[in-house]
Design a protein around this ligand. Structure first.
Ligand SMILES: [Zn+2]
Length: 219
């Protein structure tokens, strides 16, 4: 799953307007942001599946530290603890932790059974990726809902606040469509370095957040 995670971050702005968009995007995408770091360090492994559904060309052979349920819970607790120490808001800390954990829940829906419950443990995945139509429909619906909720919960302070947001939405959509429509990768060499570019998303979100504000009640 790609843009569906960012959709959760956008939607979370409504229940948690005090949390910055950059932080929410960092949390929702966290498992995919640390995955390339672990790949580059040689701690996790990815390959190409020989015979695969169009939406699932990658063989997530070993990624327990970024994508096991146990580690997703641990990362979620770390995000919640750090946020609580900085903001002293237990409610927002719990919400942010849930945003981190939502990543694993959404991945569970689409992935083939390659998500470990714990390192070395049973692997699960409901495999929606077997149907291109269903997975694209789900992801686009999530993304559209996230954008709508975010636009209702916030207002642009200036032109940058308006266009930086639509710029990010357009780039995310373009990357997703390129992924869906483009050819499957023939090798995963260098994939970690390419995937590192996704760190631009929370940075972009931080920039957007500085130029938007929470909508007032009834606004
Ligand atoms: Zn993921």
């Amino acid at each position: 799953m790609l843009i569906g995670h960012s959709a959760v971050a956008l939607a979370a702005k409504k229940p948690a307007p005090e949390i910055g968009l950059g932080t929410l995007l960092l949390a929702a995408n966290w498992l995919d942001l640390i995955w390339p770091v672990f790949l580059i360090l040689g701690i996790e492994q990815v390959g190409v599946l020989a015979d695969h559904p169009a939406m699932a060309p990658l063989d997530f052979a070993y990624y327990p530290f970024s994508h096991s349920l146990l580690f997703a819970v641990l990362w979620s607790l770390i995000f919640a603890s750090v946020h609580w120490m900085r903001s002293r808001s237990a409610r927002n800390a719990v919400l942010l932790g849930l945003v981190v954990l939502s990543h694993w829940g959404l991945d569970l829906v689409v992935h083939l059974p390659d998500l470990p419950l714990a390192p070395g443990g049973m692997k699960v995945g409901l495999g929606l990726w077997r149907s291109t139509a269903a997975s694209v429909a789900l992801e686009l619906a999530l993304f559209a809902a996230g954008i709508l909720i975010y636009l209702r919960a916030t207002r642009a302070r200036d032109g940058i606040g308006r266009w930086s947001f639509w710029g990010l939405a357009a780039v995310l959509l373009a990357v997703y469509l390129a992924n869906v429509l483009g050819p499957a990768p023939s090798s995963t060499a260098g994939l970690g370095w390419i995937a590192l570019a996704f760190w631009l998303v929370p940075l972009w979100g931080w920039w957007i957040g500085r130029h938007r504000r929470a909508a007032l009640p009834g606004e």
